[in-house]
Design a protein around this ligand. Structure first.
Ligand SMILES: Nc1ncnc2c1ncn2[C@@H]1O[C@H](COP(=O)(O)OP(=O)(O)OP(=O)(O)O)[C@@H](O)[C@H]1O
Ligand SMILES: [Mg+2]
Ligand SMILES: [Zn+2]
Length: 497
C-alpha cells in the first residue's frame, strides 16, 4: 500500500518534531516530572505539529515500558497502538464534524470510566473553534472538574474564536510556522531515509511554497519525488515540477531593469513569451522576488524605488487584467519602472474629431476609396494633410524612429521592424512582416499611434495619416484578418462611430 510521506514520517518521539522547541521542551519537562496539566490548548497554523504533539503526550503518559516519560519506548503495546492510531484510551474528536458534536455531548457520561489499558484517557479535540455553543457549554462543564484520569488537549487554527472561559482553563501553547532551517533539516532527514539525492536550493524552494507548514512541505516534496522517478532532484527540475519562474530569469530581469536597459527588456519579455512562460505570472513573481530582496536588504534600488516598482506592477496588472496579450503588460510595466535620461513629455495633442476619424480608418480596414471619401470629410474640419512622398519618409525614417523612441521608449522596438512602403491617396502605409504582427498591433493602439503621428506631424509640419499593414515575404501587403484592433478600441474605451 502506498502511504503518503507525511503519515509515514509523523514524529514518533519528541526529538523528531521539527521546530516548536520551547513548547516541546516544556512538555517534556512536565512529563519527566509527572506534572502534566489536565487541559491544554494548542493553537497555530495548519500542519505544524499540534495533533502530532498531542499524540506524543498520549504516548508519554501511557508507555508501559518507561512509565510516565518524555521518551516513550515505541515498542510496548500502548506505544504501538498510539502510533497506529488505534489506542482505546486516546479519543480524537473532530469538532468540525457532526459526529464530533454528538461525541462531546456524550462526554460527560463516558468520562468517568477509568482508562481500560493506560494510565490516562487522552481526549484530543481538533478544530475546537468549530463547536456549537451548546457543545462548547458541555465541554466547559467537563473542563471545570475533570476526573484525574483524564487529560484534554484542544487544538485550533483559530484561537480568536474560542471563549475566554475555555482558554482560561487550559495551559496554552501557540505553535509557530516552521522556519526554513527546521523545515529543510526535516526534509533532508526524510530524503536520507528514502535514499533520495536532493540539492539544498530545491528544499529551499519547497519551503517557500509550503508557507511554513511542515505537512505541506512534505506533500510538496513527495510530489517532486514522484515526478523525478529515480533521478536526483535539482533546482531546475523542482522549479519545473512546481511551475515556478526560474530564479535565474528573475535576477536577469532585475539586472536589465536596474540598468534601465529597455531594449533588452523588451527582447527579454518577448523571449519569455516564446518560452511559453506566462508573462503575468512572471511579473507577479518578480514583484515577490523584489520584496524578498528588500527584506534581505539586497535590492539594487532604494526602498522607495523598490516599493514603487512593486506598486507599478500590481497597478498595471489590474488595469490590463483583460488584455489577452500579456506582453503589453510587460512593456508598459517596463516603461514605468525604468528611468530615462531624457524623459520628454509628449506635448502633441490631436483634436478629438481627428482622433475619431483615424480610429474609423484603421478600425474598419476599408478600401482606399472609402478611406479617401472619409478623408475628404475630415479635411473640412481640420488642417490640410501634408503632401509628402514615400521618398521623403524613407529619407527621414531614421530621424523619425529616433524621435519616436525619445518620446516613448517601446516605440523603438515596434518601429525597428517596420518599413514605410508607399503613400497612396495621401495615406502613408507602414508594413510589418507576419512574425512582427505584435508590433503592428501595438502601433495600432491609439496610445502609441498618437505619439507616432505627433512625431510625423512635427517632422513634416502637417498632418500625416498612417495605415499599418501586414506584408508577405514578397513585401506585398496582405489583408489582416484579426479583430485585434476592435478589441483594442474596446479596451481603450474607444468608440466606433
Ligand atoms: N513540527 C513538525 N515536525 C515534524 N513533522 C511535522 C511537524 N508538523 C507537522 N508535521 C508533519 O505533518 C503531518 C501533520 O501534522 P499535524 O497533524 O501534527 O499538524 P496539525 O498542526 O495538527 O495540523 P492541522 O491544524 O491541520 O490539524 C505530520 O504527520 C508530520 O508528518
Ligand atoms: Mg491536527
Ligand atoms: Zn512504550
Amino acid at each position: 500500500m502506498h502511504i503518503t510521506l507525511y503519515r509515514k514520517y509523523r514524529p514518533s518521539t519528541f526529538e523528531e518534531v521539527a521546530g516548536e522547541t520551547d513548547i516541546i521542551k516544556t512538555i517534556k519537562n512536565s512529563l519527566k516530572g509527572n506534572k502534566m496539566a489536565h487541559a491544554y490548548l494548542f493553537t497555530g497554523p495548519r500542519g505544524v505539529g499540534k495533533t502530532t504533539t498531542a499524540r506524543l503526550i498520549a504516548k508519554g503518559l501511557n508507555c508501559i515500558e518507561n512509565g510516565v516519560t518524555d521518551t516513550p519506548c515505541n515498542r510496548c503495546e500502548n506505544c504501538i497502538d498510539i502510533s497506529k492510531n488505534k489506542f482505546i484510551d486516546l479519543i480524537e474528536i473532530d469538532a468540525a464534524s457532526n459526529r464530533g458534536i454528538d461525541e462531546i455531548r456524550s462526554l460527560k457520561d463516558k468520562i468517568n470510566y477509568q482508562p481500560s489499558k493506560g494510565r490516562k484517557k487522552v481526549y484530543i479535540i481538533d478544530e475546537v473553534h468549530m463547536l456549537t455553543k451548546e457543545a462548547f457549554n458541555a465541554l466547559l462543564k467537563t473542563l471545570e472538574e475533570p476526573p484525574s484520569h483524564v487529560i484534554f488537549i484542544l487544538a485550533t487554527t483559530e484561537p480568536d474564536k474560542i471563549l475566554e472561559t475555555i482558554i482560561s482553563r487550559c495551559q496554552r501553547y501557540d505553535f509557530k510556522p516552521i522556519n526554513l532551517k527546521e523545515s529543510v533539516a526535516h526534509l533532508l532527514m526524510i530524503a536520507k531515509s528514502e535514499g533520495i539525492e536532493v540539492d539544498d536550493s530545491s528544499l529551499r524552494l519547497i519551503y517557500e511554497k509550503s508557507g511554513g507548514s511542515m505537512r505541506d512541505a512534505i506533500s510538496i516534496f513527495e510530489k517532486v519525488i514522484s515526478s523525478c522517478y529515480d533521478e536526483d532532484i535539482t533546482l531546475e527540475k523542482t522549479e519545473k515540477i512546481l511551475g515556478v519562474i526560474p530564479e535565474k530569469k528573475l535576477s536577469e530581469f532585475l539586472e536589465i531593469v536596474s540598468k534601465n536597459n529597455v531594449v533588452s527588456g523588451i527582447t527579454f519579455l518577448d523571449n519569455l513569451w516564446n518560452d511559453s512562460i506566462n508573462v503575468e505570472e512572471f511579473l507577479k513573481s518578480f514583484a515577490y522576488y523584489l520584496k524578498e530582496l528588500i527584506i534581505k536588504k539586497k535590492s539594487p534600488f532604494n526602498i522607495t524605488k523598490s516599493i514603487a516598482i512593486i506598486e507599478d506592477i500590481f497597478e498595471v496588472m489590474g488595469k490590463f487584467r483583460y488584455e489577452e496579450d500579456k506582453r503589453i503588460l510587460g512593456y508598459v510595466i517596463l516603461h514605468k519602472i525604468t528611468e530615462f535620461e531624457e524623459d520628454i513629455k509628449v506635448t502633441y495633442e490631436q483634436p478629438i474629431k481627428e482622433k475619431i476619424v483615424e480610429k474609423i480608418i484603421y478600425v474598419e480596414k476599408e478600401s482606399s476609396e472609402e478611406i479617401s471619401e472619409k478623408l475628404k470629410e475630415v479635411s473640412k474640419v481640420k488642417e490640410k494633410i501634408v503632401d509628402i512622398t514615400i521618398e521623403d519618409v524613407r529619407a527621414n525614417w531614421n530621424d523619425i524612429v529616433n524621435e519616436a523612441k525619445k518620446r516613448k521608449m517601446p516605440l523603438i522596438s515596434f518601429l525597428s521592424t517596420a518599413t514605410p512602403t508607399k503613400i497612396e491617396d495621401k495615406i502613408l502605409h507602414i508594413g510589418f512582416y507576419a512574425e512582427n504582427r505584435f508590433h503592428k498591433e501595438s502601433m495600432e493602439k491609439p496610445y502609441y499611434n498618437d505619439i507616432f503621428l505627433g512625431v510625423l506631424k512635427d517632422k513634416f509640419k502637417g498632418k500625416v495619416i498612417v495605415k499599418y499593414d501586414l506584408l508577405n515575404e514578397k513585401n506585398k501587403i496582405v489583408e489582416d484578418k484579426t479583430d485585434f484592433v476592435e478589441r483594442v478600441v474596446d479596451f481603450f474605451d474607444g468608440e466606433l462611430i
